[in-house]
Design a protein around this ligand. Structure first.
Ligand code: ADP
Length: 446
């Protein structure tokens, strides 16, 4: 087991990882920018190192400074959280060269899954169902036309290096294809420094369903069921559930087994998420994230398994703590992402939180790094916390969520809490009847 872990992240996830380290008796090192010296994870860590000015590229993305912080403090492993360096294969390579363990998969696996064209190829080879589309990248507008005609309109053009829902364009017919294709390429080039794009059938009303897996790097892997993340705004997840209201246990076992067998065959090490669109009873792979996800707590709630513990165990060579046949899915969990944003316009609302009161009680978990008097710096993601509620079934979970949302107080800034208070009482939500476009329609008609 590791002696000391450096947490190369900030906010709620830094605290989340710190808590797991504490439980395992591992020392922690926080790193932070000058804008985050008052952050909760910095206050709670055993040691902390300032790694640079506010801009992420100079601090949380500054590999040189992070490795130096590791060497100064004698940390033997790094947990990257999500975002920042968590899916950076070069970072994993550099750590290996410095004899520092990266709590995540091997650099090669990060590289394969980071290129969505390569990821799709790999998925197909491993027997995972994919969205019909181009075989590899498309560079020529005439090729794009030919491929689109073959798969049938509407189509979606996606960046190979894409992430966070950026660099995607839909073309409803051939007339729209040329512009969509060119815009997607130039956006991809500008956002990711790589203008490679591929084409897929655009699914009209799918759900977003993703499977949590953990591999031990020795050819063993487990799945921890699925999460339904269909409630999205601009392709960004807003509310997540486990299990999906759309799957029964047979479908769950089937897709779960396909995913765990695939990652076992890859020799994958660490936590990962295989993301699918799900329509008319069929799964279509879209990508695999090679890290811990923001929404991992809903899986923890229904399985009772601490995913960060598993990540740390696997990275240190201690293996998984559970086998597939020991995993049970109990009850239902929902997570709401609380952002410092206006609940209708989604305009960011940085500033000082004058009062912060979190709900409690049975089945309620709040993961957040903020507190009363905390000043939210304007430089980073607007996520300030997550409310995760668990119940014996979905009805009880919604009841409890409604109560917990009522108790939650965040004064001084705008947050997305009012949106969740509306959603929790909506009929479609109560019925579990929503697809990936539902929330955009709801917001447009509000
Ligand atoms: P990113 O890596 O940018 O998150 P994804 O491939 O995971 O990109 O897709 C993000 C979201 O975009 C999906 O959850 C879905 O809402 C939408 N999307 C992606 N591919 C398709 C498709 N073929 N048809 C319809 N919607 C899609």
């Amino acid at each position: 087991m590791f002696n000391k872990i450096l947490i190369a992240n900030r906010g709620e996830i830094a605290l989340r990882v710190l808590r797991a380290c504490r439980e395992l008796g591992i020392q922690t090192v926080a790193v932070h920018s000058t804008a985050d010296s008052e952050a909760m994870h910095v206050k709670l860590a055993d040691e902390s190192v300032c790694i640079g000015p506010p801009a992420s590229r100079d601090s949380y993305l500054n590999i040189h400074q992070i490795v130096a912080a590791c060497e100064i403090t004698g940390a033997d492993a790094i947990h990257p959280g999500y975002g920042f360096l968590s899916e950076n294969a070069k970072f994993a390579d550099i750590l290996e060269a410095h004899n520092i363990a990266f709590i995540g998969p091997k650099a090669d696996h990060i590289r394969i899954m980071g290129d969505k064209i390569e990821a799709k190829r790999t998925a197909m080879r491993l027997g995972i169902p994919v969205v019909p589309g181009s075989e590899g990248g498309v560079t020529d507008p005439d090729d794009a036309k030919r491929v689109a005609a073959e798969i049938g309109y509407p189509v979606i053009i996606k960046a190979a290096a894409g992430g966070g829902g950026r660099g995607m364009k839909v073309a409803k017919n051939e007339g729209e294809l040329k512009t969509a294709f060119q815009t997607a390429r130039s956006e991809a080039g500008a956002a990711f420094g790589d203008d490679a794009v591929y084409i897929e059938k655009y699914l009209a009303k799918p759900r977003h369903i993703e499977v949590q897996v953990v591999g031990d790097g020795q050819g063993n892997a487990i799945h921890l069921g699925e999460r339904d993340c269909s409630l999205q705004r601009r392709h960004q997840k807003v509310w997540e559930e486990a299990n999906s209201p759309a799957l029964n246990s047979d479908a769950r076992e089937k897709i779960g087994a396909i995913c765990s067998e695939a990652v076992a065959e890859m020799g994958y090490s660490g936590a990962g998420t295989v993301e699918f669109l799900y329509e008319n009873g069929e799964f279509y792979f879209i990508e695999m994230n090679t890290r811990l996800q923001v929404e991992h707590p809903v899986t923890e709630a229904i399985t009772g398994i601490d995913l960060v513990h598993e990540q740390i165990r696997v990275a240190s060579g201690s293996g998984l703590s559970v086998q597939q046949n020991e995993i049970e899915f109990q009850g239902h969990a929902i997570e709401c992402r609380i952002n410092a944003e206006n609940a209708r316009t989604f305009v960011p609302s940085p500033g000082t939180i004058t009062h912060f009161h979190t709900p409690g009680g049975l089945g309620v978990r709040v993961d957040s790094g903020v507190y009363s008097g905390y000043r939210i710096p304007p430089y980073y993601d607007s996520l300030i916390g997550k409310l995760i509620v668990h119940g014996r079934n979905r009805v009880e979970c919604l009841m409890r969520l409604r109560r917990a949302l009522d108790e939650f107080v965040v004064d001084g800034i705008d947050t997305t809490l009012p949106l969740f208070r509306d959603l929790v009482s909506d009929k479609d939500i109560a019925d579990g009847k929503y697809d990936i476009h539902w929330l955009e329609h709801y917001l447009a008609n509000d």
